[in-house]
Design a protein around this ligand. Structure first.
Ligand code: AMP
Length: 282
C-alpha cells in the first residue's frame, strides 16, 4: 500500500491511476479503524480496480467542546488493517493540505442537515460536507463508500453529490456490529466496562421499536417512547434524540406509509454514541 503523506503525492498517484483507466474507489475515514471501516474497503475492492482510503481527523466537524484533541489516533494498526483489506493507497493529509491558508468556502446542505445530529452539533454537517467535497475533488473517485451507521451523514453526502452534479457513485453499506449488537465505532474506545454494558441499550431500544412496529404499531411517537424507555431504564440519562423518521428525508412522520428508520443518539459514559436501523414489517 502506498502512503501518500501530502497533497502533491496524492495528486501524482491520482493522475497515474486515472490515466491508466482504472475505476477508482474511495473510502474517507478519521482512522482508529475497525471491522466497520474494513467492510467499506472490501466493498470498494469488489467493484473497483484501485482502492484508496484517507485518514483525516477533520477539525471543522468538531464543536469547541467535543473530542477533536482526544480522538483516537492509531496509524500503525490502521495501516495493517488496510493492507490486509487490499487497499492500494492511503492518503494522510495535513490540515494545511485540506485547508490551505485563506480557506473560506463552506458547503451547507439545508434541511437534511438541520435536524437530529445537526441540531445537537451545530456546524457539524457543514464541516463534513466541506471536507468530503474537498477530498472528492482531490481524489476524483468513481465510487465512494460510506457506512449507514452514520445514516444522516450518508444522506447529506448523497444529496450534496446530486445537487453539485459530482460524477461519483455514493454507496451506503450496512452497519457492522459487535457480537452483542453494539455498533462498531472508533468512539467505543472511550467506554469503560460499565458504560460498554449500558451502551448496549441503544441496540435494545431499537429492537424494542422493531418488535412493536412488526406487531402493528404505526404511531411514530409511541415507537419513540418505547425505545426511549429502554434507554432510561438502562440508566442512560443524556439522550440527544430518539426519532422515527422518513428514511429519505428524515422528516417526522404524521403517518407511517413506508418502513421508517429509527435513529438514536445518547451520551454513554465518556462517549456520544449514535445508531440507527430500518424498521421492517417482517
Ligand atoms: P469515521 O472514521 O468513524 O468517521 O467513519 C468513516 C466511515 O466508516 C463512515 O462512512 C462511517 O459511516 C463508516 N463506519 C463507521 N462505523 C461503521 C460501522 N460500524 N459499520 C459500517 N460502517 C461504519
Amino acid at each position: 500500500m502506498e502512503l501518500l503523506t501530502n497533497r502533491q503525492l496524492l495528486e501524482h498517484w491520482v493522475r497515474e491511476t486515472r490515466s491508466a483507466g482504472h475505476r477508482l474507489g474511495f473510502v474517507p475515514t478519521m482512522g482508529a479503524l475497525h471491522a466497520g471501516h474494513r467492510s467499506l474497503f472490501l466493498a470498494a475492492r469488489q467493484t473497483c480496480d484501485r482502492v484508496i482510503g484517507s485518514i483525516f481527523v477533520n477539525p471543522t466537524q468538531f464543536g469547541p467542546n467535543e473530542d477533536y484533541q482526544r480522538y483516537p489516533r492509531t496509524l500503525e494498526q490502521d495501516q495493517a488493517l488496510l493492507e490486509e483489506a487490499g487497499c492500494d493507497a492511503l492518503f494522510l493529509p495535513t490540515v494545511q493540505d485540506i485547508y490551505p491558508d485563506g480557506h473560506q468556502t463552506q458547503i451547507q446542505v439545508r434541511d437534511l442537515a438541520d435536524d437530529l445530529c445537526g441540531r445537537c452539533r451545530p456546524g457539524h454537517f457543514q464541516g463534513v460536507a466541506t471536507v468530503v467535497a474537498i477530498l472528492f475533488n482531490l481524489v476524483r473517485p468513481d465510487q465512494a463508500c460510506f457506512g449507514l451507521k452514520d445514516y444522516q451523514q450518508f444522506l447529506v453526502i448523497r444529496r450534496m453529490v446530486r445537487d453539485l452534479a459530482m460524477p461519483i457513485e455514493v454507496t451506503g453499506l450496512p452497519t457492522v456490529r459487535e457480537a452483542d449488537g453494539l455498533a462498531m465505532s472508533s468512539r467505543n474506545r472511550y467506554l469503560d466496562p460499565p458504560a460498554r454494558q449500558r451502551a448496549l441499550a441503544l441496540f435494545r431500544a431499537m429492537e424494542r421499536a422493531q418488535v412493536a412496529y412488526a406487531g402493528g404499531e404505526t404511531d411514530a411517537a409511541r415507537l419513540e417512547e418505547l425505545a426511549r424507555q429502554v434507554l432510561t431504564e438502562a440508566g442512560i440519562g443524556q439522550i440527544d434524540y430518539v426519532a422515527v423518521r422518513d428514511p429519505d428525508t428524515l422528516l417526522p412522520l404524521a403517518r407511517i406509509e413506508q418502513d421508517p428508520v429509527i435513529l438514536v443518539a445518547a451520551r454513554v459514559g465518556a462517549a456520544r454514541l449514535i445508531d440507527n436501523r430500518r424498521l421492517v414489517r417482517n
